[in-house]
Design a binder for this molecule. Structure first.
Ligand code: DOR
Length: 439
């Protein structure tokens, strides 16, 4: 006689590595205990998933939650609430907070802040700087750390590793995969006058042009290869980088943001103004085609939202004083489900991009696959639901999304973290039960 389950998710269509089939999922002690026919099994609770697809929990491996430093934009509680409302069960949070996460003290402060306040599982990046390179091997091993993040080009905050000799030093310190924001700082500085002169956000992709991104990606690939260090190129935005990365699969993984798969320049800037401003920028349809090619041929390992909330007040400043970044953790999955419905990829590739891929890139333990023994993180989606994304639905403190008014097909209906239902039908329920991701 089987021990009873804490929760049985009944009658959903389960997307597992072995195939897609109707099954019950029995959860016990925070793990997936059994996938199969559990009609006669007892459980503390049951969730009727008839008509829904059951996916391994979706992961957003790049979010900026602004705590400590900018509570008017976001904090760990509001950011993780937004995550679970969007069907996300785990996030990796970026180090450009204030103070920046460049020391053990700042890192442990984030762990303390997350305790009992996170609605989904969470891990934190450590920021690299020319000053902390020698400490990185120790910092990247701290529990709850997903790895080191390098800003090669300046964006929000002051984190920056600009010169080849400093980049080489950072790459030589430590062994885990390093995440890189690849925009070339000297070229960004050289071209800043373009943004100043234009005083119009339409100039954003011209200032931070294709060559800024391509050059930085080429430089970091060369340096990583020389250092024999695995690399992850964050938010790839150009067709040129996809072609380059396809030739360097042995040393580098990469991600693209759903925003860049969905919006195109110049239309997005005309319609959304600075709400469409992020780094690296949204680019033309030609580059979007290149990104889709990378999705189709397997060059792209995962998607990530680069969730980067700023207040509407800041976004109303004259360009280029407007900050770069847009919220995205809550819309990542709805956008990807919409692309699935448009026939851009199949259900297995969707799961690979939003769950298996990020878990593989960052070597997450227990995540990324719906299998017995995995963490009990599930995302339940209705593939046929037609919904409109609206600002009202957004839980981020910033209170807006660039996708306000967009109709999508496919919607997250429930989020289960560690065996606990934390979102059901657009409502956050229960407690913030999120734990640290294990690696
Ligand atoms: O647009 C962006 N915003 N890109 C980044 O790299 C940083 C982010 C932020 O933190 O605002």
């Amino acid at each position: 006689m089987n021990a009873p389950y804490d929760l049985i998710v009944r009658g959903g269509t389960c997307v597992t590595p072995d195939g897609i089939a109707l099954a019950d999922v029995g959860l016990r002690d925070g793990k997936v205990a059994r996938i199969g026919d559990l009609a006669s099994a007892a459980s503390g609770q049951a969730f009727d998933a008839a008509g829904l697809h059951v996916l391994p929990g979706a992961i957003d491996p790049q979010v900026h939650f602004r705590e400590p430093g900018f509570p008017d934009k976001e904090d760990l509680q509001s950011g993780t609430k937004a995550a679970v409302l969007g069907g996300i069960t785990a996030v990796c949070e970026m180090p450009n907070t204030n103070p920046a996460t460049t020391t053990q003290e700042a890192f442990e402060d984030k762990l303390r802040r997350a305790r009992g306040r996170s609605w989904c599982d969470i891990a934190f990046y450590v920021g690299a700087s020319p000053e902390n390179a020698e400490e990185l091997p120790e910092l990247e091993r701290l529990p709850g750390c997903c790895g080191v993040k390098i800003f090669m080009g300046s964006s929000t905050g002051s984190l920056l590793v600009e010169h080849d000799q400093d980049l080489a030093r950072v790459l030589a310190c430590g062994s885990r995969r390093v995440a890189v924001h690849a925009e070339d700082e000297p070229r960004l500085q050289e071209r800043r006058a373009i943004a100043e002169a234009a005083a119009d956000v339409q100039a954003h992709p011209e200032w931070r042009d294709v060559e800024c991104a391509r050059l930085a990606t080429e430089r970091i690939l060369r340096l990583a290869r020389a250092a024999n260090r695995p690399l992850h190129v964050l938010h790839v935005t150009t067709a040129e980088e996809i072609a380059l990365l396809a030739e360097h699969r042995d040393v580098a993984t990469c991600e693209v943001p759903p925003q860049h798969l969905t919006l195109t320049a110049p239309e997005c800037y005309a319609r959304l103004g600075a709400l469409a401003q992020m780094n690296p920028p949204i680019r033309t349809a030609e580059h979007q085609v290149g990104l889709w090619r990378g999705i189709a041929d397997g060059t792209v390992d995962c998607v990530a939202s680069d969730h980067a909330p700023h207040t509407l007040e800041e976004k109303r400043r004259p360009y280029p004083q407007t900050p770069s970044g847009m919220p995205g953790v809550q819309t990542l999955l709805p956008l990807m489900l919409n692309h699935l419905n448009a026939g851009r990829f199949d259900l297995h590739r969707l799961v690979d991009l939003v769950s298996t891929g990020p878990a593989r890139v960052w070597s997450m333990e227990g995540k990324g696959r719906l299998t017995e023994g995995a963490d009990a993180d599930l995302t339940l989606v209705d593939l046929a639901a037609r919904r409109t994304i609206t600002n009202d639905w957004i839980a981020s403190t910033c209170g807006w999304t660039p996708f306000d008014g967009m109709e999508v097909t496919g919607w997250p209906r429930a989020t289960i973290v560690g065996g606990h239902v934390v979102m059901r039908d657009d409502e956050v329920v229960g407690e913030p039960v999120g734990e640290l991701i294990r690696f």
